[in-house]
Design a binder for this molecule. Structure first.
Ligand code: UD1
Length: 420
């Protein structure tokens, strides 16, 4: 197993290109199941989660070539609609094949994802919505067995909670359903918006894109034809590099970024004393004279993203005063707290709120990555800490950050990827 060894404190400088968004690429690759024609997608990040999804596609009978950042995929010959446990257990987002497989083939089986490091994460809302569209859902031997022999029927669906992959699954299902679906309380994340835009370009009539209410006119199982398209830049990767610049009091330029997708993140960096200038698809962070404490409460887009909570906790260790971070989306997303404490951070955790006192001079130590974003927080803390920080179990980082250590190294960080 590999680990990252960081010698801090670091000072960064230069430019870093942001990769395509993993969380946009996953549903859009799943959406190609709605087509029986070859389709080309560009700007796909080279990360483990994408390779996991493609492994699942291989098992389904899909034919594809994934080179550099371009995927050409042909789902004409799909002859299997079972997403098996060995794949789903490594990546919950495999659930994204449920809606499109059921919509196109009228039957599929997807292993139940089960719990994960950041909480229980049920899929009840995905299943309830599909039932409202006429699907028969049974849980058998740990699998969701879904059937809709006559195809799915458009329906009015009110999501009890805003769910990102839940919205995406039902949007894809509605695209091939019979008649009109009205989806209420849909997620508004940029990744959901891109999915709608691409489906719309493929001929599905969708009203309300970017709002919480979508009206989708299904094609009644007529497969879609996608023109080539490119995945949007990864706003979480971008936010992580902005935090890397802020925590090391450095000036860094990001390229291939969508500044408008990062408003909640840049507002908090501003509150912490940093200055950010955006022009077109690039952003420059100018460091604070002295980082100031801030308060964060995670929320659905356009609120502050839960996927940036851990990175901002690392930043708060360096900010003067008392920072308060409230996690409102997931019940157990504080696994990074005890690891940050190993580096010397002063964090008091009560329920879903962390209170931090800063600034603290962090001291390098061995720490363990626990989930994707928690791991990047440890890397950020390692950049600020003095001495050597070894971040173990970085397969979590590999799931969602393309070439993290190369990118940080090119910015001047002293970081090595080593074998245990
Ligand atoms: C997606 C993102 C993840 C991000 C999260 C929240 C992908 C691949 N992953 O995850 O990076 O952290 O959005 O922005 O895009 N819930 C239910 N029942 C359901 C579905 C969800 O109760 O059927 C709850 C969850 O437990 C959680 C909340 O809804 O408390 C939001 O979860 P959701 O938006 O579904 O997260 P994911 O789509 O899994």
């Amino acid at each position: 197993m590999d680990y990252l060894s960081i010698t801090g404190p670091s000072r960064l400088q230069g430019e870093v290109a942001i990769s395509g968004a993993k969380n946009a690429a996953l549903p859009l690759i799943a959406a190609t199941l709605l087509s029986d024609q070859p389709c080309t997608i560009e700007n796909i990040p080279q990360v483990a989660d994408i390779r996991t999804l493609l492994k699942l596609f291989e098992k389904l009978g899909s034919k594809f070539i994934f080179e550099e950042h371009t995927l050409t995929i042909d789902n004409e010959a799909i002859d299997n609609t079972i997403a098996t446990y060995d794949i789903v257990k490594t990546m919950r987002a495999s659930i994204l094949v449920l809606g499109p497989l059921l919509a196109r083939f009228g039957r599929c089986e997807v292993s139940l994802p089960g719990g994960c490091a950041i909480g229980q994460r049920p899929i009840d809302l995905h299943l309830k919505a599909l039932e409202q569209m006429g699907a028969l859902i049974e849980i058998k031997n740990g699998y969701v067995v879904a059937t809709a022999p006559e195809g799915l029927q458009g329906a009015q669906i009110i999501f009890d909670k805003v769910t990102v992959t839940g919205s995406e699954n039902i949007i894809m299902a509605a695209a091939l359903a019979r008649g009109k679906s009205v989806l209420i309380n849909v997620a508004k994340e940029p990744e959901v918006v891109q999915l709608c835009e691409i489906l719309s370009a493929a001929g599905v009539s969708i009203e309300g894109i970017g709002t919480g209410e979508l009206t989708i006119h299904g094609t009644d199982r007529t497969p879609l034809t996608f023109d080539p398209f490119a995945i949007i830049p990864d706003r979480i990767e971008a936010g992580t590099y902005l935090c890397a610049a802020a925590i090391t009091y450095s000036s860094v330029t990001l390229t291939n970024v969508r500044p408008d997708h990062l408003d909640a993140v840049t507002a908090k960096l501003h509150e912490a004393g940093c200055r950010i200038e955006s022009e077109g698809d690039s952003m420059v962070l100018y460091p604070a004279a002295r980082l100031k404490a801030f308060e964060i409460s995670t929320a659905e887009y356009p609120g502050f993203p839960t996927d940036m909570q851990a990175q901002f906790m690392a930043l708060a260790t360096q900010a003067e005063g008392v920072s308060i971070i409230e996690e409102r989306l997931f019940e157990n997303r504080f696994m990074h707290v005890s690891e940050l404490q190993r580096l010397g951070a002063s964090i008091h955790l009560k329920g879903n709120t962390a209170t931090l006192n800063g600034p603290i001079q962090l001291l390098g130590a061995d720490v363990m990555a626990t989930d994707l974003r928690a791991s990047s927080a440890l890397v950020l803390a390692g950049l600020a800490a003095s001495g050597v920080t070894n971040v173990h179990r970085i397969y979590h980082l590999d799931r969602g950050y393309e070439a993290l250590h190369e990118k940080l190294k090119s910015l001047g960080a002293k970081i090595e990827r080593l074998r245990e």
